[in-house]
Design a protein around this ligand. Structure first.
Ligand SMILES: [Fe+2]
Length: 188
């Protein structure tokens, strides 16, 4: 089963830099996440007014307007525990914004562990994690060096780069009820 796939976006670094600038200039995300990581929704219209290339590039990939833009900000050294995403999206587009080098989204085989519903300050709202009864079997890992689509229904975690000195920032996008499963077919 494919866990993630990089997306064919040219010049993604230019947009990453603009997203970073947006976070610094227009939000207090770095301040709010100084000690603990979290997910922050941004105003879609405001982001797209500042970074029109983002809509242009994503329109080449997904045939639906962007309905959600969020930033995941984690201070240096913070890992995201093993979980499954809960919510609308079975697949999620992740876009590196800053300090993603050397940190890995890891995917695991459930290996007989039961799932339990939990609430966490680190992720937004409900998520499901395993009981850690049996050792998890790592299936795959992704260093987010380019925009990618991930399967959120496979257990995953983020293991931060221990040498990072700045916040790990990534962005994620929603497209209404559009199915992103087809993005796994874009082999590159
Ligand atoms: Fe997740």
């Amino acid at each position: 089963m494919k866990t993630y796939n990089f997306l064919p976006v040219e010049n993604h670094q230019v947009i990453s830099d603009q997203l970073y600038q947006y976070v610094v200039d227009k939000t207090n995300i770095l301040e709010v996440t100084r000690d603990v990581g979290r997910w922050t929704d941004l105003q879609v219209d405001s982001v797209l007014a500042a970074i029109p290339e983002l809509a242009t590039e994503l329109a080449k990939i997904v045939d639906h307007p962007i309905t959600l833009i969020a930033v995941l900000s984690y201070p240096p050294g913070s890992n995201i525990p093993v979980h499954l995403d809960v919510g609308l999206y079975k697949h999620r587009i992740l876009w590196p914004v800053a300090n993603c080098t050397g940190s890995y989204t890891k995917f695991y085989n459930q290996n007989g562990n039961k799932l339990i519903k939990k609430y966490s300050a680190v992720t937004t709202g409900a998520y499901i994690t395993n009981e850690d009864q049996y050792p998890l079997l790592e299936m795959d890992s992704c260093e987010l060096l380019a925009p990618a689509v991930i399967n959120t229904q496979i257990l995953h975690s983020v293991v931060a780069n221990p040498a990072a000195t700045g916040h790990r920032l990534s962005a994620t996008f929603g497209f209404g009820k559009a199915d992103l499963g087809g993005l796994f077919n874009n082999e590159d």
